[in-house]
Each structure stands twice: as C-alpha cells, then as structure tokens.
Write a protein that binds this ligand. Structure first.
Ligand SMILES: Cc1ncc(COP(=O)(O)O)c(C=O)c1O
Length: 478
C-alpha cells in the first residue's frame, strides 16, 4: 500500500510540473526554439527532485512539446510539431458500443463478386503461395490418422513449436506451452478480452480502432474508452494516462505496429512509456499484432510482448499466408490455461487438419522467403497507389501512408461524410472502408481506409480515377 501511494504521489508531481510547463508554452512564455531552463535550474526553482523534473521533461518530449538537444538540454518544439496546433481529439468514453450492424453491412457488401475491393481488410490473395499450401494440405489429408482429426486446446504441438521458434528468431522467449492456437487472430483477441473482463467493465481501445475490437466490446457488453491516435505519433499517451487515472480500466486492446486503420507504429520512447503506464495502473495489454511480418525496412519490429511477458500477444497467418485457413494464436503467458478453457467452451478447438497443414508448410522453410517477396511487392504497390492518389485527389484530401502494411488512410474535409462516398463508390463496384467503421462515435466520419495491396493495372487505375471524380463532386457539392 505504501509503495503504491508513493508511486502515485511521484506520478502526480511530474505530471503537475509537465502541465505547468505545457501551460507556459501555450501561453507564449516559451516560444518555439527557445531553450528551456536546464534540469538543474528547474530542480532549484521548483523544489522537485531531479527524477521528477526529468520525468516531466521526458513526458513533454514524448508529446511533441519540446525536443531534447544533444549536449544542450531541451528546446521548445517548432510550431508545426506543437500539439496546440493540431486540434487534439478528446478521450471518448462510450457506455454502449453499437457498431455491429453498420460493420456487418459494409463487410457483406464487400463480398460482391467482381468489385474492386479497396475496402477489404485482407491482402490480394494472389500474393499468397497457393500451390505450396495446396501441397501441404494434400499431404496432410493423405496421411491424416484418426487420432489427428481433433486437436484440443492449446492446439497442435508442432505448430506451437514452429511459432515459438519464430519468436526465438527475434530474440524473444516464448515457450510453446504459452501459445494457444485459435481460429484467426480474431478468436485470439476475443478470447483474451473475455478472459480479462466482465460485462460492464471499461476497456481502452484506440480511436480510430480496428472494428473487430469495437465488435468484441459490443458483444461482451463492455464499455469503450477510445484514446485518440494520430498518423504521426500513434496513440496519445497523455490521453491514455488520463483514461487510466480516471477509469477502472480492466484491459487495453492496442496495436503498437502498423495500427489498423492508420498504419502508424509507436516509437521507442512511446512504447516504453505505454508499458510503464500500464504497469503503473496494473492494466493488462492485449497486443493485436496481425501485421507483425509486414514491416517496412530491413528489421522486424519487436512486439511489446518482448518487453513484458504479461502482454497477451495475438497474431495470425491471415495477412501473410492464407486468410481462409483461419489460423492464429495468442501467446498468453500465465493466462494460457484460462484461454484454453474458454476456447473449449466456445468453439472446442481450431481445425486440426488446417493446423497440421500449416505446420507442414512452415517446416518446408518457404515462409521467410515468401515474406520477403510479399513485403517488397506490398511496399511497391502502396507507393504506386500513394503517388497516384496524391496526383489525382484535390488538395483538401489528406493521404497518409503509415509505415508497413497495405492500407492508406484518407481524410476528406471535416464537413464531409465518407459513408456517402462509400455508397456512391459501391454503386460503381468499388468498395472502401468508411471511417464510421473504426469508432464508436462519429469523429472519423470524414475519413476512409483504402486497401492498396492490389496490382496497379487498368482496372484499379480506373477505379482510383472514379473515386477521385466522386470525391471532387462531393467536395464541390458541399
Ligand atoms: C488489426 C486486425 N486485427 C485482427 C484481425 C483479424 O485477423 P484474422 O483474420 O487472423 O482473424 C484483422 C483482420 O482484418 C485486423 O486487421
């Protein structure tokens, strides 16, 4: 008790100091580029300890108010980076989430044959190694013994070992016993959330968030605390601190890498601060990491799970290998037995032949080679679409490419409704994912997500052209 109280006092002191300094910057006491008093000077003036002052400065730095200068202390960030100029969306607390009907309709409409599926959440399936997978499926089907027909949770041991080896290759210690195989990441995420919560509990999600999180919250009768995220810095950690301080949060469902729909990844400092905040408030994290293999650049980013074994790390093969196999997993640490029990009660188990086929595929060592090609092609396609959209769309439309993955996030002028664009485009056989899918409120109504994993050809070029015409017509009609 004593320790917790002490930690709380230290926490509020550095936040108080950070708020004071932030107020001084907002009021013009300190101008962009000004050098701030050194840590020691501030210790002297404020009477706070060096640790408190350092924490306050680091907090302001992580929020973009100030910049650390090697050898010369801290300066106020230039205007364009100052959060005061970036109308900050507020924390959104939703007692009831009601998104399922809308999301269901949008997802169903994306099933139309022959539509240009810019609204899809999955990469172009022709990029998957269909033949190799078919060979693995065939091999498994031919040799399937009666006792292999059903594999109860935690799932096929060979597959769990193969996944554990992939963690090990990133320097992470995850044992096969901690891993539970699920029907896609969605089941892993849902089971994790259900294990940690009871109806009526508060859960932190991002705003905008992957709609699966909102659907799960609605289904489990939970309450959503939507913490703003933006395309440059990702999750607003100050707002998260605020949410954790004010609400009895039972779980956070977040993405640290290649967030859906923004595509943003958290920087090193933000990741550490996020984990520190969650530790401080003793809130478990469900890390949705379905895009973990689809990074830009040479080095695979480490999941937050690498820094904290308490994180429930959820991922799948749906975005990289085969959407339809529906194989995912959660690396659940000490919560693995709870997840297994819940899975047994809900779906019994994940399809055994599919698990065996995937284990067979992974054992044939083609996966990393395939991933290298997949990442390269996705990057090229995204770049091509990004350039075309920047050229074709009117200047009022903002296009954000994010890092990694295969989505672009577009923002129309705020007065506009991308749901209208969605309906107009759908009538022409083009789907998009309108912003309303990604929040319990209306704050992203003017935004939409495009899947740009498709090849750039006459069909997709024409579809982008039509979208541009529709957008121009909507803007001029506003
Ligand atoms: C962010 C995110 N999480 C989870 C999922 C679900 O993944 P799976 O198909 O493996 O269930 C998706 C799929 O669209 C996603 O985009």
């Amino acid at each position: 008790m004593k320790t917790a109280g002490w930690r709380c006092e230290v926490t509020s002191k550095y936040r108080r100091l950070a708020r004071q300094l932030q107020g001084q910057i907002e009021n013009g006491v300190w101008q962009p580029g000004d050098k701030l008093p050194s840590l020691r000077e501030t210790v002297k003036q404020s009477g706070f300890s060096l640790m408190t002052v350092l924490n306050a400065y680091q907090l302001l730095e992580s929020q973009g108010w100030i910049l650390a200068q090697p050898q010369s202390g801290y300066r106020v960030a230039p205007c364009q980076h100052s959060p005061a100029n970036l109308a900050r969306p507020a924390l959104h607390a939703a007692e009831a989430v009601d998104v399922n009907a809308f999301i269901f309709n949008v997802l169903q409409s994306g099933q139309q044959p022959d539509c240009v599926a810019f609204g899809s959440a999955f990469p172009d399936a022709s990029l998957f190694p269909q033949e190799q997978l078919a060979r693995s499926l065939g091999r498994v089907a031919r040799h399937l013994t009666p006792d292999q027909q059903l594999v109860l949770p935690p799932g096929c041991a060979e597959l769990r070992r193969a996944i554990a080896r992939r963690y090990a290759a990133r320097g992470m210690e995850v044992t096969p016993e901690e891993i539970v195989i699920t029907s896609g990441a969605l089941e892993a995420l849902n089971l994790s959330l259900q294990t940690l919560t009871r109806p009526g509990d508060w859960v932190v999600v991002e705003a905008p968030a992957f709609y699966g999180a909102l659907q799960a919250i609605e289904r489990l009768q939970l309450k959503a605390l939507a913490v703003p995220a933006d395309v440059t810095a990702g999750l607003d950690l100050d707002a998260l601190a605020d949410a954790l301080g004010r609400y009895p949060v039972k779980a956070c469902w977040l993405m640290s890498h290649c967030q859906n729909p923004l595509g943003v990844s958290l920087g090193v400092q933000s990741r550490s601060r996020l984990l520190a905040l969650l530790r401080e408030h003793q809130v478990p994290l469900i890390e949705d990491d379905v895009y973990m293999e689809l990074y830009d650049g040479e080095r695979a980013p480490l999941p937050l799970r690498a820094q904290d074994p308490g994180v429930l790390h959820c991922s799948s093969f749906s975005k990289t290998l085969a959407t339809g196999l529906r194989i995912g997993w959660v690396s659940a640490g000490k919560r693995a037995p709870d997840i297994q029990r819940l899975q047994l009660m809900s779906t019994l188990s994940t399809s055994a032949p599919m698990q065996l086929a995937l284990a067979d595929y992974l054992a044939s060592h083609h996966y990393d080679r395939h991933l290298r090609t997949l990442r390269r092609v996705l990057q090229q396609r995204k770049q091509r679409f990004y350039e075309a959209l920047c050229q074709l769309l009117p200047a009022q439309v903002r296009v954000d490419p994010g890092t990694g993955g295969y989505f672009l996030w577009l923002s129309l002028p705020e007065s506009m409704d991308a749901t209208r664009l969605y309906h107009l485009a759908l009538a022409e056989g083009i789907t998009i994912a309108p912003g309303r899918m990604f929040a319990a409120g209306e704050q992203f109504r003017h935004c939409f997500r495009l899947n740009v994993s498709l090849p750039w050809n006459s069909r997709t070029e024409a579809a982008v052209g039509r979208l541009s015409v529709l957008i121009r017509a909507l803007i001029s009609g506003c």
